[in-house]
Write a new protein. Structure first.
Ligand code: MN3
Length: 193
């Protein structure tokens, strides 16, 4: 089965001024499309995997039957596909606060502000391209960390809940080298908390 580029449920300019329309358009229509196409090209070689969820393939990547080269491609492009699909979904022009999540964050980190401080440090501290995450492990524990490139939390059997893309393509047109400013402004478009 071929996966389609997920549709956004808001316009490219809906997140302005925090994320500009041109960045959104290139990021979605070009970058995410490329991850989708390259992931599909790998999956087409393994018809048996058609019944598996992408998350499962990612979690079981070393043992699920892909060649070493295809594991690498799936890690990067399957990761890119999943990471961006989550990213578009957790953002929006209007808040849609998940009270249960806010409760769990408060319980784990002390307060939403303390969580933001920790998450921001992970996002700003990631050297080079990558993502900052709020993820959940198999025991239901919330964790904050960063990953390089398009590495997905599913690789370590974690479920991502909040992900922030800190590749330069996500912010360069508006923020240039000022990643910390991008991260600070991004909280305005994260709709969940
Ligand atoms: Mn990206």
């Amino acid at each position: 089965m071929r996966y389609d580029l997920p549709k956004l449920d808001y316009a490219y300019d809906a997140l302005e001024p925090f994320i500009d329309a041109r960045t959104m358009e290139i990021h979605h229509a070009k970058h995410h499309q490329a991850y989708t196409d390259k992931m599909n090209a790998v999956l087409e070689k393994y018809p048996k995997l058609e019944v598996q969820k992408l998350e499962t393939i990612m979690a079981e990547l070393p043992t699920i039957g892909l060649s070493d080269e295809d594991q690498k491609t799936f890690r990067n492009h399957g990761g890119g596909y999943l990471n961006h699909a989550l990213f578009w979904n957790i953002m929006g022009p209007k808040k849609s606060v998940d009270e249960a999540l806010v409760g769990r964050i408060t319980q784990t980190f002390g307060s939403v502000d303390e969580f933001k401080t920790k998450f921001t440090a992970a996002a700003v501290g990631q050297f080079g391209s990558g993502w900052a995450w709020l993820a959940e492990d198999k025991a239901g524990q919330l964790l904050v960390y960063a990953t390089a490139n398009q590495d997905s939390p599913y690789l370590q059997n974690h479920t991502p809940i909040i992900g922030l893309d800190v590749w330069e393509h996500a912010y360069y047109l508006t923020y240039q080298n000022r990643r910390a400013e991008y991260v600070e402004q991004w909280w305005h478009v994260l709709k969940l908390i």
